[in-house]
Design a protein around this ligand. Structure first.
Ligand SMILES: [Zn+2]
Length: 138
């Protein structure tokens, strides 16, 4: 999964709508930690249960991946490895805040909040509470 700094322009994959990135964490980069309000976490869970922009394959949590055992080699001739047994997600959560700003987060953001104490930016928390799912995505 590509690292994008919080509130930087979302550029993970070409898309027509502009958005600010939130929650595109990377094992090598520091991130804000703290207590995310539970109503925000709960709404994100609902949104993450119907993700948009599904990709081929999964994003894996790099923080859990570092402490997991190495993946088992299934077939050396085609470099096929067993999927690592770590939290993963496929797809994104997009929100449009009342001021019209779009935010794009990976579905793993819920795991980052619950397992790694990630605290999203206040503007994003506001968008989760008062925004709506961004229209025109599938
Ligand atoms: Zn994790």
């Amino acid at each position: 999964m590509a690292f994008i700094a919080d509130l930087a322009a979302y550029d993970y994959y070409p898309v027509a709508s502009e958005a600010l990135a939130v929650g595109w964490l990377d094992g090598a980069e520091r991130f804000e930690t703290g207590a995310c309000p539970s109503d925000v976490t709960e709404r994100l869970k609902v949104l993450a249960s119907a993700p948009v922009r599904l990709m081929r394959g999964y994003h894996y949590c790099q923080f859990c991946e570092h402490s997991a055992p190495p993946p088992k080699l299934l077939r050396a001739d085609i470099n096929l490895y067993e999927a690592p047994d770590v939290p993963r997600g496929n797809g994104e959560v997009w929100l449009t805040s009342p001021d019209g700003t779009n935010y794009a987060a990976p579905v793993l953001i819920v795991h980052y909040i619950e397992a790694h104490a990630y605290l999203p930016p206040a503007r994003f928390i506001n968008a989760v509470r008062f925004g709506v799912p961004t229209e025109g995505l599938s």
